[in-house]
Every structure is written in C-alpha cells, then in structure tokens.
Design a protein around this ligand. Structure first.
Ligand SMILES: C[S@@+](CC[C@H](N)C(=O)[O-])C[C@H]1O[C@@H](n2cnc3c(N)ncnc32)[C@H](O)[C@@H]1O
Length: 314
C-alpha cells in the first residue's frame, strides 16, 4: 500500500484546518470524503482532542485511510458509505458534529489506477468508473453508454462535461454501439476523435470522462442530499467546509450557503416577514477560496479547487 502522499495530496489543507478550528470543541468532525486520509491526518494532528468520523464510498480508500490514520486510531471511526447517507445517520439522534468536510470528486489514486476506468490515459481500461468498485451493483460507464437514449447521453455530456459537441457525440455513441458495444476507454476516445475531426486535447477527453463519472456515481444527487443533512447534523457553531472541482457542484454549494445565511427566507410575494428572521448561520468565505500559485505548481490537480465554508448559528 502507498504512503498517503503517493495516494493523494490533500488540497488547501491549511485552509481546511483553519475553518474547522472555528467550530465548537465538543462533537466529531465528519470527513465525508476521507480518501487516503490526508485531510483527516492534518485535522487530527492540528486540532488537539478532535475526533473524526472517516467516511468514503470506496473500500480501497478506507483501507488506505485506516493505515494513514493509525497513529490516531483511538480518535477515529471508519464508515464505508455515501456521504449523504452518512450525513443523515449523523443527524438521526440530533446534531452531533462540530465540523464536516467534503472534498469532492475522485482521488489521484482512483484516477491513476487503470483498472477503475476513471482516466482516459489507458485505452485498454474498462469503462467502469464506479467509486464503490466492482462489488457494487450500480451501472458502469459502459452500461450507461450502451443503454441510455441519445437525449440523456446528450444531457450528460453537455451538463456534466460542458462538451460543446454533446449532441454529436451522443449520436456517434448510439451509432457505434449498434455494431460494437462500449467496453474500453479507447472506444469512447475513437468516438470523440470522429466528432472533433482531430485528436481531442487532454482537457476535452478529461471533461467527457468526468461527465460519465458524475453520471455513474450520481454525484450531484449525493451532494444535493448531503448539504441539508450535514447542516442539520452540525452542532450550534459547527462548521461545514466543501471543496469542489466542478462548476455545477460549486454553484450548488454557493447557493445553499447563501440561502442559509439570509436573514429572511419568506417567499417574495409575502409582504411581511413571517419567518423567524434569523439566519441559520453565517458564511465564513465571503468569496471563494482558491489554491495559491505555489500549491498549484506543487500539485497541479489542485488547479480547479474551490473552497467554501459556512458556520451554523449558535
Ligand atoms: C478528492 S478525494 C478526497 C481526498 C482526501 N481529502 C485526502 O486528503 O486524501 C475524494 C474521495 O471522496 C470519495 N467520494 C466521492 N463521492 C463520495 C460520496 N458521495 N460519498 C462518499 N465518498 C465519496 C471518493 O471515493 C474519494 O476517495
């Protein structure tokens, strides 16, 4: 097994610790995307007495996190689950969290492992992309390409991948699968080459693979469910930190945090405020936090990261 740094270099680690320190001292911090345990290790090391609920849907990630976090074994609980499910569980007996962290997307380890199919770099890689691994019953990327209608494929490529030629790519996929069902990354890259009439650039390939990954793992639904569940699981003064790498995810987080920080949540057609007029909490990041140039140079995969933080009212 790799050391934590080879597994995944944590993004914006100082900022994550800085905001989580602002929470109360009681309760646990839920790391809903523990991955290789990089952020969780920093939390346990830099926030004395903190306890972490380490969650990941990928069993391989949890194995690595158990190893990375072994020096703090008495202060960590591990749970293999989707973070939206874990968030609902954390709040079942009432608020219990002093902090919550979501560092969305996939880890370097998942991308670099050719058998998982997250990356376009190996043409032979199976089009799988399920974060839970092969043991899960969920649909693979290949199954989505082979089974979805043209309109839904267009939506996936356009909305999740911001692919300008989404409709043409969907048409090409539907045409090709009639004679040869999709199984390997190379087949999708070939379809993309035809649509672009040239060899696609790395960024264009990455966006199409990302779009499929988001669809396979229903990533936006998980975030949409997790945000209010985590908010309700926070203790008074508890802090939520979310790092996103996709504009749709960042928009969801920005809207939710703004909405929860407004003084009045009455619909505009009501002339007099009938809500309690108390915001649910406050934004800790007036504008989004991005990695410094030095961080991006040292860890290019941090390039698109956007961090936002919010604190529940006391
Ligand atoms: C960017 S990595 C996190 C890396 C981690 N912060 C670290 O420092 O090592 C994202 C992780 O979140 C997990 N993940 C993504 N979506 C998830 C979800 N809905 N529920 C639980 N885990 C999820 C992935 O399996 C992956 O391990």
């Amino acid at each position: 097994m790799d050391g934590p740094d080879e597994y995944h270099v944590p993004v914006l680690p100082d900022e994550v610790v800085h905001f989580l320190r602002e929470g109360p001292e009681a309760g646990e911090i839920m790391d809903g995307t523990v991955g290789g345990g990089g952020h969780a290790a920093r939390i346990l090391q830099d926030i004395p007495g903190s306890r972490v609920l380490a969650v990941d849907r990928d069993p391989d990630a949890l194995d690595q996190a158990r190893l990375t976090l072994s020096p703090w074994a008495g202060r960590v609980r591990f749970l293999q689950a989707r973070f939206d499910v874990a968030a609902k569980g954390a709040g079942i007996m009432g608020p219990s969290l002093r902090g919550a962290l979501l560092d969305l997307g996939v880890s370097s380890r998942q991308i670099d492992n050719d058998t998982r199919g997250f990356s376009f770099r190996s043409g032979d890689a199976p089009l799988d992309m399920r974060m839970e691994g092969v043991a899960t019953g969920g649909r693979t990327a290949a199954e989505i390409l082979n089974e979805e209608g043209e309109a839904e494929l267009t939506r996936i490529f356009r909305e999740f991948g911001e692919e300008r030629r989404a409709a043409r790519l969907a048409r090409e996929v539907v045409k090709r699968r009639r004679t040869e069902p999709f199984e390997r990354a190379r087949q999708l890259l070939d379809a993309l080459t035809v649509v672009h009439r040239r060899s696609p650039e790395a960024g264009e390939k990455a966006r199409v693979f990302q779009a499929l990954r988001i669809a396979v793992n229903r990533e936006l639904e998980a975030l949409d469910q997790a945000l209010p569940a985590l908010r309700d699981a926070l203790l008074p003064g508890g802090v939520m930190v979310v790092i996103s790498y996709h504009s749709l995810e960042d928009r969801m987080v920005k809207r939710a945090f703004r909405e929860w920080s407004r003084h009045c949540v009455c619909p505009p057609e009501i002339p007099i405020c009938v809500c309690r007029g108390e915001p649910l909490g406050e934004l800790l990041t007036r504008s989004v936090v991005r990695p410094s140039e030095a961080e991006v140079t040292g860890n290019p995969r941090s390039r698109s990261a956007r961090l936002r933080a919010w604190r529940r009212g006391v």
